[in-house]
Design a binder for this molecule. Sequence first.
Ligand code: URA
Length: 449
Amino acid sequence: MKQFFPAELIKKKRQGLPHERAELEFMVQHFVVGTIPDYQMSAWLMAVFFRGMTPEETAWLTEIMMNSGRVLPFRDQGRWAVDKHSTGGVGDKTSLILTPLVAACGGLVPMMAGRGLGHTGGTLDKLEAIPGMNVHLEIDRFVQTVETLGGAISGQTKEVCPADMKLYALRDVTATVESIPLICASIMSKKLAEGLSSLVLDVKFGSGAFMKTASDAHKLAEALIQIGEHHGVRVTAVLTNMDQPLGRFIGNSVEVFECLEIMKGQSFFENDIDFYSDTRELTIELAIEMLLAAQLAPHREAARAKAAETLKSGAALNKFLAICAAQGAVPDWKLPVSPSEHIVRYDGPAGYVTLLDSEGIGYAAIQLGAGRLQSTDKIDHSAGIELFVKVGLPIEPGQKVFRLFSQNPQTLALAERRLKTCLQVGPQPPAPAPLIYGYVTAKGVEYAN
Ligand code: URA
């Protein structure tokens, strides 16, 4: 490999100059083996954050990261694997239902997921709330589980996409997440390493997403689709609203609980609305796209009926339990429950909820122990937040707004202080914002009505 001085490459990017492929190879490969330390990589990531990358550099970075490990065999064997990936949100737990749901419909879903990133939660951290669950499966066991059960969820390992595993953990704690080239390379390197034929992306925008506007989400979707097309993977992106947390819970154990409830056909009504309805609706929408992408349904209505029936019949739940067992979950597992909890009440004038700042709520969940402040931090899987309000609902003084869970009672007051700034109330309800904003494919965008 050609040799460079890391500080010179950091300076080059700091000056806004594009890298050669060999320079990117040098940075990534040395970082993976540890000969470029975290402090130099952090400085380079921050330079990329501010200076960006050309489409060519982004494509190279993706390929270099993908080739840092092995690529799964599905596509080479002529088998049609499909997956979904979200660009990250708060309370976004759909992967936990989608993988077993699509597997139960006959799909092949080798889901390679991530941990919490910035203020957003991660599928792997959620799954690790299940006692015994192994989310870093060895490659042969991962492939075998996908082949026998139709799906498995694992993280990047030393064997598959190790570059993303290390870079992801560093970006999480160095405020270098919200960069289109870094997000593209992170998502697409691990998705391409899965050996997929098609991919469905949930590209989020709003206060709890990395892209704050629909137009930035659209740009990110197009960049992701372009990389997929270049590698022969058919990519569909669903643009979805993340202006408030999804569902009833934010955290790890509590989000697994919400998914189990939905897979058992349960609802949870509070203030006249079902707090599971948005999680359920988004899951079904993404399942429709996955079933169509994998050619498991002839058209949208048939896909909707198939997804809804698989959820209602309990087939998705049974598949989820089978996948957990295959990934090491102990028999009859129970989710950890927090020893201390605290209710936060609203103390302003009556009105309507106009804003639930999801990024702030995500950081409050981290403060409670549900995420990491430093890459070596251990997560409190029982920590989290329950929501009692949604944007547009009426609210009165003294009404319950959040329930906080944490093993560390000292964090409750800190999180409460932050959460109070995340809620805004006005005299009128805001205009309703649809959960699904539009669909983007290589052919263009179609707005939902
Ligand atoms: N999801 C990922 O896997 N990587 C990112 O950078 C953002 C969301």
